[in-house]
Design a protein around this ligand. Sequence first.
Ligand code: PEP
Ligand code: MG
Length: 586
Amino acid sequence: MPEKTEQTFNGIAASPGIAMGSAVVLAQQELVVPQRRLQPDEIKSELERLMSAVETSKNQLIEIRDSVAGDMGESYARIFDAHVMILEDRRSLDDVVGRIEDGHNAEFAFNAVFLRHEKELWAKGDVYIKDRAGDIRDVRRRVLSNLSGMRRSPGDLSNLDSDVIVIAHDLSPADTAQMRKERVMAFGTDIGGRTSHTAIMARSLEIPAVVGLKNVSAVVTDGDFVIVDGNRGKVVISPSSTTLNRYSMEIERYSSFTKGLLRFKDLPAVTIDHHSVMLSANIESHEEVDSVLEHGAQGIGLYRTEFMYIGREGLPSEEEQHRIYEAVAAAVSPNPVIIRTMDLGGDKFLSAFESPKEMNPYLGWRGIRFCLARKDIFKVHLRAILRASARGNVKIMYPMISNLDELIEANAVLDEVKAELKTEGHAFDDDCEVGIMVETPAAVMIARELAEHVDFFSIGSNDLIQYALAADRGNEKVAYLYEPLHPAVLRFIKETIDVAKESGIWVGLCGEMASDLVCAFVLLGMGVDELSASPYVVPEIKEMVRSVYFSDAREVAERALTTARPGEVRKMTMEKIGKEQPDMPL
Ligand code: PEP
Ligand code: MG
């Protein structure tokens, strides 16, 4: 039995599944960067040393790239193309060369230039841009290791001889790609977000992972017994025998459950008493389309296009956007893809554009507000989306609508763009559906007026909850207030659904609530037409829908709307789901 007392860390669920076992801790390896002044006659050989280390690093990255392309596919291999490109950036390399010619040694010069880029990106404070800073850090550490002839990581992940749980401060995508799946059962890291390349690769390798655990790597030591719960974003160190037993049962249940899930992939999401709901998936990048198809989603209910804009220099051109949206539309056709017009601002901002610092960014210049102020950018975006509609079932959705004028103005811009495309002879679907995200309390209260101008509503519960409950969605100090089953939230949702139905338009929900089994059951009971969840939870939600009665869901939904006790609603739901589906992992 473990000697330490049980300790639980909460992080971000990056890749689903649960695993337990002995930990291998990859300590943060601080590279020592030697600094010395060169004699004039050393400069030539120092430049050669730099070029040779850069070349070696590039060759290593190309080798990893090719093996990833073979094992995981081209879209993952592209991560390493990006790393190679960092090493081919002429301006940065010229800067390094200039510093060596000024008498600095190669390690010092290289580190100074690339660390500066990294810090500039980190200073922007945005999680997605920080992920790109992480790419530069990986490349910087690789080149410095090659300059000094040091091994890169303290534990070579491609060479493990027993099954382990990896705990690290951070893992680069290269580290993750090199994990031998049969040896690394799961991993947990101090830093990282759900959209970091490491998290994306973990999902593709189907390794359970939790990221953003803050200081877990400082607490765990080699050989500690650890549980990684990638479903709930938890890491338990030295579990008590009760926790251990509970998780052992859960691993068994979850494993037989997931094995059975894909049997339902091509079946519709319909309850025992014949009530249908459409199950779609959310994506943030075109690279996730395969996952949408593999998990049997009936289309894409939310494509967050802002990720085309962030973490890069300059704006994406119409052609670049068009190519990508068209490929996504064609891949899921005849099923729909709802392309949300960029929702920049809040916690995601445009690196090509200096946005002013705001006191309350979530209440600030974001979503449709930004687009209507920058119609030049918005029009290029709409052109690319509309042109993609010629190749599939594309629907357009505006985020952050809070008044009627915004919607009317956005539709006017769309009409203008359509007229231009017609004049230029570009093909597009003139009847392409247009909808809005209902994610502000104001939009709920004027839903009837808004419904007259759109074909559908999609409820953005992530934002609607934070605005309804005045609890910042990204602040862990008020996370206890952020309750999706709060009756105030549920009443906003119900009102939106009822108004949509009375107005003859369809209504979906694409926030994280749709990925939570209990909430999905309640939403089903409220009569939502569509639920759009993370691709890999779609089979689980489908299984739940197929094994429950709509009449039960309606009864629980009614109770949920009138009780002020979310705990009671969860309990009732678990009883209803459990009654029909004993193996359901909750
Ligand atoms: C939402 O607010 O629920 C939503 C789906 O959009 P985002 O999470 O991108 O704000
Ligand atoms: Mg939102």
